[in-house]
Design a protein around this ligand. Structure first.
Ligand SMILES: Nc1ncnc2c1ncn2[C@@H]1O[C@H](COP(=O)(O)OP(=O)(O)OP(=O)(O)O)[C@@H](O)[C@H]1O
Ligand SMILES: [Mg+2]
Length: 433
């Protein structure tokens, strides 16, 4: 029997227009962003009075609606001015060097002219092209640099300055820039010469609370499913989860989309809390999978070393054992092991990604000791790591455990709370001795 047939024959009780919940879909209104929209409109309305709008810096945590609200306002502005405003949106995660930002702007400014190649032009030549194209436009130009922190992060502190300076000098006071970032740290570290250019106006998008997220979700669900197909409880639960995650509307919308998919697939009558919980589990697993699959090779090997060391026994794991096994695995697979210093940095990177948890303790006779454990399901983590072709021959034959802390055992320390409590207890018994 064709395995798809059960889906074809079964009548879908929950049928939905899920494309309305895709990130690329920009709604025509944004509940709880009325003030921010009005503020943007006030600043940008100066183009109607024939004055260049101030540059604007927008910041706020992830999923607070910065990108979509800005794009929405820009399209309203174009509509109101009959397209007399030229706009250019670019994401600095993708365009992460001054060269790439500037060429993308030049290429985006007019559909007509020759496209600048993505490599090879001198800055002077790009500059000249920018000046001539901007001169050729009659109205104002608004350039949106989304995720500007990525430009600074990847190409250094000067890169944003270079972009701003070139735009400023080439533009005959026609260009305004809207910068968007979710990294407030970067803003406080910004040099004064950049700040004074970027920060003529700034706008903060505060995180949404659970009630606001609920309104937003209800609004976004219009037209997606028939009325009443999604339980009130399911909506509240999605909103509550999103509120815990720093008020992230993207998370809430994605969770609901996955919950609806699950309900559709299982032939449910309704989307309930149960599907939301299942969606959350799937979501978290997807994030873990994506994180592991995209790790650089040696980060994967160190993660693998941690996994197999912990697999050998549930005794407390220390950095030294992981490093020994890391070298053993490199040896087995024919890779040159990195220095201990670098390997130890990688362990910290894995911790930042939430894949491992480490605790460093001063343990009297042992000195400063860093304990490590995998933050998740060993078997699942291992499966994802071993999806890397470079590791397909891994057998782990030379992996060993010293289990220096052999006298210590117990399941509970493999949970986060248990782990901390356990180490504290060990601290005390050490002090006693
Ligand atoms: N008030 C709102 N009403 C309806 N949908 C919203 C609202 N706020 C955010 N969204 C939706 O949530 C998702 C995330 O929003 P957006 O991409 O604008 O966030 P962001 O602040 O740019 O996040 P990041 O910093 O991660 O880029 C989008 O699909 C957007 O349409
Ligand atoms: Mg964004």
């Amino acid at each position: 029997m064709n395995p798809f047939s059960k889906y074809i024959n079964s009548e879908n009780k929950v049928s939905a227009h899920l494309e309305l919940l895709n990130e690329s879909f920009i709604p025509d209104s944004f509940p709880h962003r009325e003030e921010e929209i009005q503020h943007l409109v006030d600043i940008l309305s100066s183009v109607i009075r024939n004055t260049r709008p101030s540059n604007i810096l927008i910041y706020g945590k992830t999923g607070t609606g910065k990108t979509s609200t800005t794009r929405h306002v820009i399209s309203l502005l174009k509509e109101a001015t009959n397209d007399r405003v030229t706009t250019c949106y670019l994401n600095c995660q993708v365009n992460d060097t001054p060269y790439s930002v500037l060429t993308t702007i030049v290429n985006g400014l007019s559909d007509a002219g020759e496209k600048i190649p993505l490599l090879g032009w001198t800055t002077d030549r790009i500059y000249g092209e920018l000046v001539s194209r901007i001169n050729g436009l009659s109205g104002f130009v608004i350039i949106i640099l989304d995720e500007i922190d990525k430009l600074v992060e990847k190409s250094g502190g000067d890169s944003l300055y270079v972009v701003l300076k070139i735009l400023e000098e080439s533009t005959l006071s026609k260009v305004s820039i809207i910068g968007i970032t979710n990294d407030t740290n970067i803003m406080s570290q910004m040099e004064p010469r950049i700040k004074s250019r970027m920060n003529q106006e700034s706008l903060i998008f505060p995180p949404y609370n659970a009630t606001q997220l609920k309104d937003i979700l209800k609004f976004r669900l219009r037209g997606v499913t028939n009325e009443g197909l999604v339980d009130e409880g399911a909506i509240s639960l999605c909103a509550a989860i999103g509120a815990q995650e720093n008020g992230d509307a993207r998370k809430v919308i994605n969770l609901m989309r996955i919950a609806i998919e699950i309900a559709e697939r299982n032939g449910c009558e309704k989307v309930t809390e149960k599907e939301v919980y299942a969606a959350r589990d799937k979501f978290e697993m997807d994030v873990v999978k994506e994180t592991i699959l995209t790790l650089p090779l040696h980060n994967k090997i160190i993660l693998l070393s941690t996994i197999v060391t912990q697999e050998l026994s549930d005794k407390l794991l220390i950095t030294g054992e992981i490093m020994d096994n890391y070298r053993a695995i490199c040896n087995e697979l024919g890779f040159q092991a990195l220095t201990s210093r670098r390997a130890s940095d990688i362990l910290s990177e894995l911790e930042e990604l939430g894949l491992v948890i480490t605790t460093t303790k001063s343990l009297g006779r042992y000195g400063r000791t860093r304990f490590v454990r995998i933050n998740g399901d060993l078997a699942i983590f291992k499966k994802y790591v071993l999806e890397d072709d470079n590791l397909s021959l891994f057998k782990g034959k030379n992996v060993t455990r010293q289990a220096r802390f052999d006298n210590i055992s117990g399941e509970e320390r493999l949970t986060k709370e248990g782990f901390d409590e356990f180490i504290n207890k060990m601290d005390q018994s050490d002090d006693d001795s």
